[in-house]
Write a protein that binds this ligand. Structure first.
Ligand code: NAD
Ligand code: DAU
Length: 333
C-alpha cells in the first residue's frame, strides 16, 4: 500500500491512524479527506510531514469530490462520521447523510476506481447492549440509537458491495476509544476538562453503573491497520479494549487524577435509550496478531495528563460551537 485515502483523518481516531501510518510505514502517502465539521481539527495532524500527507477538505456525501480525491489511491480507510450518540438524539439527519450516504459513495467510488483495499471503521454499538458475555462478529445487529443505526446502515451497504461487486470491503467494530485529541463532548475528555475548570461532571442518572469497554486510541489505530493489511475481504473484525468499567468508576478515577472531590458529580437526566453494557470479543483480530496493549490505569492517567498539559488544544474548542451545544444538551437537564 503506497497511497491511502483516510477519510475523517482530522478527527480523533482518524488523526491517530494518520500519525501511525506515517510513523510505521516510511513509503506510505496519505490523502486526508475531511469535511472539517465541528469535530474535525487540523491541529490534530499539525506535525504530519507535508511531503507525505496531503489534506483535502471535502464531504464524503459529495460523490464527485470524493471520487476525484480517491483517484490514484490503492486503499481507503473511512473514519468520517457523525460520531456522537447524544447529538444523534438531538437530530439524526446529518448522521444519515454521512454515515450511510457517505459510505455508499466510498464503496461506489472504490468500485469504479478498482481500489484494492476498502476498510470501513464501525463500532461495537451496532450490536446493541448485552447483559452477559461478549458479542462475536457473527451475532445479529441490534443498534438502538440513531448514531448506531446509521453506522449499521453504512456497514450493510458496504458489505453489499463486497457480495454484489466484489469490492474488497473489510469492516472493523471498535469499542469506546479514549486518548489525546478527543473532542470534549465524549465522556472522558468532557469530564476531565470540566474537572480542571471546577465545572460539574454531568453523569447520566441511572447510567452510573452502565459499562463501556475502554480502548486506547493507538491500540484502536493499530487494530484497524492489522485488519486493513491482514484482514480478509468480506469479513468483520471486533476491536476490544478488554477494559470494561462502570461509568461511575471512570468518573471517580478522573476526579482522583485531577485532585477533585465527588461534589463535582452532578447527576442529570439519563440519555434516552441508554445502552446498558457494550462488550465484544476480539479473538478474531487477535488471530491476525493484534493485541490491546495499553493498561487502563496507565492509559487514563496519561490521557488526563495530556489534557492537563494541552489546554491550548481544548480551550479554543470549548468556546464557540461547543458552548451552544453544551447549553442545548445539558441546559435543562
Ligand atoms: P470524530 O467525531 O472525532 O471525527 C470525525 C471526523 O470525520 C472529523 O474530522 C470530521 O470533520 C469528519 N467528518 C464528519 N463528517 C464528514 C463528512 N461528511 N465528510 C468528510 N469528513 C467528515 O470521530 P472519532 O471518534 O474519531 O470516530 C472515528 C470513527 O470511528 C467513526 O466512524 C466512529 O463511528 C468510529 N468509532 C468511534 C469510537 C469512539 O469511541 N470514538 C469507537 C468505535 C468506532
Ligand atoms: O462504543 C463505541 C462508541 O463509543 C462509538 O461508536 C461512539 O462514536 C462514541 O461516541 C462512544 O459512544 P458512547 O455513547 O458510549 O460514548 P459517550 O462518551 O458519549 O458516553 C460514554 C458513557 O458515558 C455512556 O454510558 C453515557 C455516559 N455519559 C456520557 C456523557 C457525554 C454521561 O454519563 N454523561 C455525559 O455527559
Amino acid at each position: 500500500m503506497k497511497r491511502i485515502m483516510v477519510t475523517g483523518g482530522a478527527g480523533f481516531i482518524g488523526s491517530a491512524f494518520v500519525r501511525y501510518q506515517l510513523r510505521a510505514y516510511p513509503d506510505v502517502h496519505i490523502v486526508n479527506f475531511d469535511k472539517l465539521t465541528y469535530a474535525g481539527n487540523l491541529d490534530n495532524v499539525r506535525e504530519a510531514d507535508p511531503a507525505r500527507h496531503i489534506f483535502v477538505r471535502g464531504d464524503i456525501a459529495d460523490f464527485d469530490a470524493l471520487y476525484t480525491a480517491l483517484n490514484g489511491c490503492d486503499a481507503v480507510v473511512n473514519f468520517a462520521a457523525e460520531s456522537h450518540v447524544d447529538r444523534s438524539i438531538l437530530g439524526a439527519s446529518e448522521f444519515l447523510d454521512t454515515n450511510v450516504r457517505g459510505v455508499y459513495n466510498i464503496v461506489e467510488a472504490a468500485r469504479r476506481l478498482e481500489v484494492q483495499h476498502v476498510l470501513l471503521v464501525s463500532t461495537d454499538e451496532v450490536y446493541g447492549s448485552i447483559s452477559e458475555g461478549s458479542f462475536k462478529e457473527t451475532d445479529r445487529l441490534n443498534p438502538r440509537n440513531p448514531y448506531s443505526a446509521a453506522k449499521a446502515g453504512g456497514e450493510l451497504v458496504g458489505m453489499s458491495y463486497y457480495h454484489t461487486f466484489n469490492v474488497p470491503v473489510v469492516v472493523t467494530r471498535g469499542s469506546n476509544t479514549y486518548g489525546p485529541y478527543q473532542y470534549p463532548e465524549k465522556v472522558l475528555p468532557l469530564f476531565v476538562t470540566n474537572a480542571l475548570d471546577n465545572e460539574p461532571l454531568p453523569l447520566y442518572k441511572g447510567g452510573e453503573r452502565n459499562v463501556r469497554d475502554w480502548l486506547y486510541v493507538d491500540d484502536h489505530a493499530r487494530g484497524i491497520d492489522v485488519a486493513l493489511r491482514r484482514g480478509t475481504p468480506g469479513e468483520v473484525y471486533n476491536i476490544a479494549g478488554g477494559n470494561e468499567r462502570e461509568n461511575i468508576t471512570l468518573t471517580r478515577k478522573i476526579l482522583a487524577l485531577t485532585g477533585k472531590d465527588e461534589s463535582l458529580i452532578k447527576l442529570v437526566a439519563d440519555r434516552p435509550g441508554h445502552d446498558r453494557r457494550y462488550s465484544i470479543d476480539a479473538g478474531k483480530l487477535r488471530g491476525l496478531g493484534w493485541r490491546s496493549e495499553m493498561d487502563w490505569d496507565q492509559g487514563v492517567t496519561e490521557t488526563v495528563h495530556w489534557y492537563q498539559e494541552n489546554e491550548w488544544w481544548w480551550r479554543k474548542i470549548k468556546s464557540g460551537e461547543f458552548r451552544e451545544y453544551y447549553q442545548r444538551q445539558y441546559g435543562n437537564r
